[in-house]
Design a binder for this molecule. Structure first.
Ligand code: FES
Length: 154
């Protein structure tokens, strides 16, 4: 019986290697990430080598290859947040969680995604954890926010 992934792939069977973006975006939207299985199935359906598909997907920051954590941290790096030094927020979050953007902690608790403008520029720099926004942050605020997530989890 065809599943959601089959449905998506079947709608894009006409795609060529240099135009895989819409398919990859739709798969990520449905699954939350590009799993190894999804890449293999796309390769089989479109008769493409999986390394070519990974080559396309890894070219773009928007794709993740691991499932999101229970706490998915989106860090804005749009212009206003960039001016307010969001790079330091990203670095501090990566340092505390010991993962890079696009990755998920081994325990599946946290993941980091760097995104463009989240529509709250006046409050920059901004992050969101799941759907909760935190604004006007300093790097020193990150540890407390992460600890709060851990506390809420137990
Ligand atoms: S640039 Fe970060 S919210 Fe707009």
């Amino acid at each position: 019986m065809p599943d959601k992934l089959d449905e998506i792939i079947n709608r894009h069977l006409h795609l060529q290697r240099d135009n895989l973006l819409p398919l990859l975006q739709e798969v990520q939207q449905a699954l939350g990430y590009l799993s190894e299985e999804s890449i293999n199935r796309i390769g089989a359906a479109l008769n493409l080598n999986t390394s070519k598909i990974y080559g396309v997907a890894t070219f773009y920051d928007q794709f993740r290859f691991e499932p999101k954590g229970r706490f998915h941290i989106q860090i804005c790096h749009g212009t206003a947040c960039h001016i307010e030094k969001s790079a330091r927020i990203i670095a501090e979050t990566e340092r505390i969680l010991k993962i890079r953007q696009g990755q998920t902690t081994r325990d599946g608790m946290f993941s980091i995604e760097v995104v463009n403008c989240m529509g709250a520029c006046a409050l920059s720099p901004v992050i969101a954890i799941n759907d909760k926004y935190y604004s006007g942050l300093q790097p020193r605020d990150i540890k407390g926010i992460i600890d709060q997530c851990k506390t809420n989890e137990v």
